[in-house]
Design a protein around this ligand. Structure first.
Ligand SMILES: Nc1ncnc2c1ncn2[C@@H]1O[C@H](COP(=O)(O)OP(=O)(O)O)[C@@H](O)[C@H]1O
Ligand SMILES: Nc1nc2c(ncn2[C@H]2C[C@H](O)[C@@H](COP(=O)(O)O)O2)c(=O)[nH]1
Length: 218
């Protein structure tokens, strides 16, 4: 067992079920839950009205908030051998920024990203969820956040495609700053971790196996 706590992150496109699964897993394993800030981002609703105009502010806000959260979680939790389950991986900043910023902005943003992310704790295990776009659109509608009501299907489609690119097993090491986390990829289009005990047991078992692989205890 390593001295630091195990760090598990859940990733995947908007509405795929990250927060839902992270909450289920943190309750099951009794680990600290790290939730991303969303509503606190003052640019997000303006961003959805005019992506081009507000992209840089939105991406910068998300990046610096996540940097602060991850610095805190390292200091207060992981370094004290406590485990963390997070509903995001900081790589999502690059995934979104690559879609929303123009070429020059993205080039500069990546330099800032690399400078900060090098010193942050990196997850040992990532659960990468994906679903069909139709299902993502349905879940986004079901959640009914006011600023997501006009969500563009093409944006979700492109986002899913970018996620697939970043989580391609052949480019993990390159895309994840030289780290090689255990990736559990699950298409949850037809799974319901929330209401179906069999589906919940399936994902918990996968995570338990990954923890054992690390030499840790669930
Ligand atoms: N497996 C599931 N089956 C049915 N509904 C789900 C499932 N997982 C999540 N949901 C619902 O879908 C919506 C989006 O889930 P959420 O966890 O907020 O996604 P994310 O954090 O990836 O954006 C929520 O309304 C949630 O209750
Ligand atoms: N442009 C960006 N938008 C982001 C980023 N992180 C989250 N978000 C948006 C997407 C959703 O509308 C909302 C919550 O995200 P979930 O994936 O948890 O549903 O916030 C980002 O880095 N850039």
């Amino acid at each position: 067992m390593k001295n630091k706590g195990i760090f598990i992150a859940i990733e995947g496109p908007i509405g795929v079920g990250k927060t839902t699964l992270a909450t289920i897993l943190s309750n099951h394993f009794n680990h600290t839950l790290l939730r991303e800030i969303v509503e606190e981002n003052p640019f997000l609703s303006k961003f959805y009205n005019d992506i081009k105009e507000y992209a840089l502010q939105t991406e910068a806000f998300f990046l610096f908030n996540r940097v602060k959260q991850l610095e805190d979680i390292e200091k207060n939790t992981l370094s004290k051998s406590q485990c963390v389950i997070s509903d995001y991986h900081i790589i999502k900043n690059l995934i979104f920024a690559g879609l929303t910023l123009d070429k020059m902005q993205f080039h500069r943003y990546k330099q800032v990203y690399n400078t900060f992310v090098n010193d942050l704790p990196q997850p040992d295990i990532i659960v990468y969820l994906n679903s069909h776009t139709d299902i993502l659109m349905k879940k986004i509608a079901l959640r009914d956040r006011s600023f997501e009501r006009q969500m563009d299907r093409n944006y979700i489609d492109e986002l899913s495609r970018e996620y697939k690119y970043y989580f391609n097993p052949l480019s993990i090491k390159h895309n994840f700053m030289g780290t090689e986390p255990i990736i559990i990829e699950v298409d949850n289009s037809n799974l319901d971790f929330l209401n179906n005990e069999k589906d919940k047991a399936f994902i918990i078992n996968k995570v338990e196996q990954a923890i054992k692989q690390l030499g840790g205890y669930a």
